[in-house]
Write a protein that binds this ligand. Structure first.
Ligand code: XMP
Length: 532
């Protein structure tokens, strides 16, 4: 396993992610942890290497962080990244200067470095080579300070014009360092470099799997929580579901989930959640049927943002009053995942333990004094899914499309009525069923898996139709299916016409009250994915 010492970089978690991708276990600890802990990690618990992360400080400032000296005395490979390189250089007898003192601009973003391929860490790894035969790596750099003098015994490993010492290595002692960040995906060969470091230089075997993550997480949740009680707001979404399954694995009945059914979920969703958690997994779930309350609060409200606010506020109130009834609860568990952590840090809330703002479950009363339990904080979405499957959640559930917190409330245009919700749920279920059942011949994937989000939207306008010998005058449903990486921009999905035709036929025949189906062919931007 690998020890990562954190100097406070925003991307330290990404180092752990890359190491996990290489199927090696790692732990992140603060740079100033007890040297005795580091010694034990390496000498008694099988630690095979140490990575020093980047950080916001400058080694040229007095009192700036240093790695415990023992890091360089244990005989294991050490990789310094950005600040980690600068502190390594300083501590081992090199020199570092600030950008100002060198009269240079700080360097942020894309850069091309010349890789000196003679080191075992970079040998053969490059993006392209120049006409002179120099290997070039496309990297992401973000730094003000630079190493200006190599420490004794170190050789140059990488350089750029503005940063002559962009990488250094002491092959004898297996100390390596980069000014750029191999952990970010913008550094194209970063994964190759980190995997070479942990496998070949440190000698770790690629044998770590999600199952190991479960046992480690279970142990750490038990330690954290002790014999106290935990509440979790279950939404049926992937993150809260996986968090519930994981925490339940750790502490069983000390976990109580509260599931607020606002009546604006997908067809049979409430029953499915209860079936999966209460029945199959044996999780304590309090199901709150709040349909009537939500419907009455929403009556007469047509404005999308007003609807969102009402749904959010009701949700928090109901969740608060239900969880207030759970005696001795000391913890609020949340399915916060790593991208949420970065997102809130990016909004100037660095270090703050923010409650997910777009989360279904808002803040609890201060006087409940609940501590936050967030066991997925270090994981990315794809890892959360992998974890969910490893915990025994159905694959179909874990790989579901995202569903907005306000649910069908923003897919029924204008005023929300129970009658509309019921029509929409049935139309939507037909659409999703056909997407799942239609396999694309080329990719051999279902159209559900080929789209990022797909759903039906209820249009509260009536259109004329003819059925049998009679004239009908009924509502319209729009189908929306998009393909996207990040949900910030999206293309409408080019679904096969036969599929669209079948869905339209089935909806019109099976859902009495709908006599027309249209397909949304708007991209984002300028349209959004949801209609409201
Ligand atoms: P838009 O419609 O903005 O949607 O293109 C982008 C993604 O965000 C989801 N979405 C929401 N999720 N509460 C949520 O939890 C909301 O109010 C909300 N509005 C949109 C949407 O489903 C899509 O995945």
């Amino acid at each position: 396993k690998i020890l990562i010492l954190d100097f406070g970089s925003q991307v330290t978690q990404l180092i752990a992610r890359r190491v996990r991708d290489a199927r090696v276990y790692s732990e992140i600890h603060p740079y100033d942890c007890d040297p005795e802990f580091i010694r034990k990690f390496i000498q008694e618990q099988g630690g095979k290497g140490i990575i020093l992360s980047g950080g916001p400080s400058s080694v040229t400032e007095e009192g700036s962080p240093r790695a415990p000296q023992i890091v360089f005395e244990l005989g294991v490979p050490v990789l310094g990244i950005c600040y980690g390189m600068q502190t390594m250089a300083t501590q081992l007898g090199g020199a570092v200067a600030s950008a100002e003192s060198l009269g240079k601009a700080r360097e942020f973003g894309y850069s091309e470095v010349r890789a000196h391929g003679h080191t075992s860490l970079l040998k053969g790894i490059q993006d392209f080579s120049t006409s002179e035969g120099h290997g070039i790596l496309k990297v992401w750099m973000s730094h003000g300070d630079s190493v200006t003098t190599l420490p004794p015994a170190f050789k140059l490993m990488a350089s750029t014009e503005s940063c002559p010492i962009a990488g250094m290595a002491d092959e004898e002692r297996h100390f390596y360092a980069f000014q750029f960040h191999p952990e970010v995906t913008h550094t194209l060969q970063g994964e190759a470099v980190l995997s070479r470091f942990v496998h070949e230089i440190c000698g770790c075997k690629p044998d770590w799997v999600m199952g190991d993550y479960i046992s480690e997480a279970v142990e750490s949740i038990r330690k954290q929580v002790g014999d106290e009680e935990v509440i979790l707001g279950l939404s049926g979404g992937v993150d809260s579901s996986v968090a519930a399954a994981l925490i339940h694995r750790a502490i069983g009945d000390q976990l109580t989930c509260v599931f607020v059914d606002h009546g604006l979920l997908r067809l049979n969703e409430g029953d499915m959640v209860m079936e999966m958690f209460a029945r199959n997994l044996g999780v304590k779930v309090i199901r709150v049927d709040a349909k009537e309350k939500f419907m009455s609060e929403l009556a007469g409200v047509a404005d999308p943002e007003a609807k969102r606010k009402i749904i959010g506020k009701e949700f928090v109130e109901i969740f608060q009053s239900e969880s207030g009834k759970i005696e001795n609860a000391k913890w609020l568990a949340q399915g916060t995942i790593y991208p949420d952590v970065i997102e809130s840090a990016g909004k100037g809330k660095k270090g703050a333990h923010m409650i997910k703002s777009h989360h279904n479950v808002g803040g609890l009363p201060e006087d409940m004094h609940l501590k936050l339990l967030e066991p997925l904080r270090e994981l990315f979405k794809d890892e959360v899914r992998e974890l969910g499957v490893a915990l025994g959640l159905p694959r179909e559930m874990v790989y579901r499309h995202p569903f907005p917190g306000p649910g069908l409330g923003v897919r029924i245009l204008g005023e929300v009525k129970e009658e509309f919700a019921s029509l929409l749920q049935r139309a939507d279920a037909i659409f999703i069923e056909e997407l799942r059942n239609t396999i694309d011949e080329v990719s051999q994937k279902s159209w559900y898996d080929l789209t990022s989000q797909a759903f039906a939207v209820f249009l509260p306008v009536k259109a004329v139709g003819v059925m049998g010998d009679g004239r009908t005058y009924e509502y319209v449903v729009a189908l929306r299916a998009v393909q996207t990486q990040d949900f910030m921009t999206a293309h409408w999905a080019h679904l096969p016409h036969e599929l669209l035709g079948k869905v339209s036929n089935r909806i019109i025949n099976e859902v009495r009250g709908i006599n027309r189906v249209v397909y949304d062919i708007s991209g984002k931007p300028p349209a959004t994915i949801e209609w409201e």
